[in-house]
Design a binder for this molecule. Structure first.
Ligand code: GLA
Length: 333
C-alpha cells in the first residue's frame, strides 16, 4: 500500500497594501493559522478528491488538458488548473480539510493551488510555486489577479508578516509583535469572478498609460490625469504604497496607534478612491473602531465583500478570529 502523505497551505490576511500588487506595488500580508490540509496517497494518472467543506467528488485524468472552469465540482477547477500548469501525470487520491471559508477574501483558492502543487511533487522555490499557482488561478477564473495571495502563502514565515515588493518579487519578513491581536471578522461572501476586480486592473493600466508605472509615480503626477476614475485609482495606489512603508515602520517601532490609524486611512481610500468596499463593510469597520482597545480596522483582500481585519490590544475584540502569523505552504510529516 502506498504511503499516506499530507500537505498544508495557510490562508492569508493582508494587513495593508491593497490593490497594489498588479501594478508592482507593495503589500504586507501574513499567512495565518487557518488553512487547507490535503491528506493523500499517490495514484497513477488520476486526481480523485473529496472535501469536507464542499459537496461533490472530483475525478480528473492526467495530464489534464481540458478547460479548468468547466470542471465539476467547481472547487476542482483550481486543482485541474494547477495540475495543467505543472504538466502533472502522477496524481493522487485524497481528502481536503479546510478552515478558511471560500469567498471570504482569505485566499482559500490560492491555498488550494499551493497545497495541490506541493502534493503533485512541485520542488521549486516558494516564488516559483506562487507563480505557477497564480497562473493556475488565471486559468481557472479568468480574473487577472496579482501575485500577493499565492506568494504570501508560499513564502509565509511563522511569527511574521511579509513585506512583498511585487515588482522585484522580494519578500521581507517583519515580526508581528505578540502584544497586539490581529482579528479577522467575516462580513459577506463574494467572488472576484464577475466582480469589478478586472475593471480596477484596467483602470490602473489607463492611469499608467498617462503617467507611467504607479509604483514610481508621485501625487504630482496624478494631478496630470484628467479622467476622474483613473485619477482616483492612481491616487489610492500611490498613497497605499506609502502606507505599507509607514505601517511597517510603525509596527516595528511599537507605535500601534499610528499603525492602526494607517489601516483605517487605507480603508477610507479603498472606499472613496478605489470603490471596492461595501456599506456593510464600512459599517463594520466603524463599529470595530469604536470599541476601546482597537487601534485600526480595514477591509482586507479584493473587496466587494469578504472580511475586515483589525489590530487591537490583546482581548479587546472577542467577535471574530484572532489569527497568528504562520509558516507558509509545506509538506507535513
Ligand atoms: C485579491 C487578488 C490579489 C490582490 C488583492 C487586492 O486578493 O488575488 O492579487 O490584488 O485582491 O489587494
Amino acid at each position: 500500500m502506498s504511503e499516506t502523505l499530507r500537505v498544508h497551505a495557510p490562508g492569508r490576511v493582508n494587513l495593508i497594501g491593497e490593490h497594489t500588487d498588479y501594478t508592482g506595488g507593495l503589500v504586507f500580508p501574513m499567512a495565518i493559522d487557518r488553512g487547507t490540509t490535503l491528506t493523500y496517497t499517490a495514484a497513477d494518472g488520476v486526481i480523485e478528491l473529496t472535501s469536507d467543506g464542499a459537496p461533490g467528488a472530483l475525478s480528473i485524468s492526467l495530464p489534464f488538458d481540458g478547460e479548468p472552469n468547466t470542471v465539476e465540482p467547481h472547487w476542482g477547477s483550481y486543482i485541474a488548473a494547477m495540475s495543467a500548469e505543472l504538466g502533472a501525470t502522477q496524481g493522487l487520491r485524497g481528502h481536503i480539510v479546510s478552515d478558511i471559508p471560500a469567498g471570504a477574501g482569505l485566499s482559500s483558492s490560492a491555498a488550494l493551488e499551493c497545497a495541490i502543487g506541493l502534493a503533485l511533487g512541485f520542488d521549486g522555490t516558494p516564488l516559483e510555486l506562487s507563480q505557477a499557482a497564480q497562473r493556475a488561478e488565471h486559468r481557472a477564473t479568468g480574473v487577472p489577479t496579482g501575485i500577493m495571495d499565492q506568494l504570501s502563502i508560499a513564502a509565509g514565515v511563522a511569527g511574521h508578516a511579509t513585506l512583498i515588493d511585487c515588482h522585484g518579487l522580494s519578500v521581507t519578513p517583519h515580526v508581528v509583535p505578540d502584544d497586539i491581536d490581529v482579528v479577522v471578522k467575516f462580513i459577506a461572501h463574494r467572488t472576484l469572478e464577475g466582480s469589478e476586480y478586472a475593471d480596477r486592473v484596467a483602470e490602473c493600466a489607463r492611469a499608467e498609460d498617462k503617467i507611467g508605472p504607479l509604483r514610481l509615480a508621485t501625487l504630482d503626477d496624478v494631478g496630470r490625469i484628467t479622467e476622474d476614475i483613473a485619477r482616483r485609482r492612481a491616487r489610492h495606489v500611490i498613497n497605499e504604497n506609502q502606507r505599507v512603508r509607514d505601517f511597517a515602520a510603525a509596527l516595528a517601532g511599537g507605535d500601534y496607534v499610528e499603525a492602526g490609524r494607517i489601516m483605517t486611512e487605507g480603508h477610507a481610500s479603498l472606499r472613496d478612491d478605489f470603490d471596492v468596499s461595501t456599506p456593510q463593510m464600512d459599517d463594520a469597520v466603524d463599529r470595530l473602531n469604536a470599541i476601546p482597545g482597537v487601534f485600526g480596522t480595514r477591509m482586507t483582500g479584493g473587496g466587494f465583500g469578504g472580511c475586515i481585519v483589525a489590530i487591537c490590544q490583546p482581548g479587546a475584540l472577542t467577535d471574530g478570529w484572532v489569527v497568528s502569523p504562520s509558516a507558509g505552504a509545506r509538506r507535513v510529516h
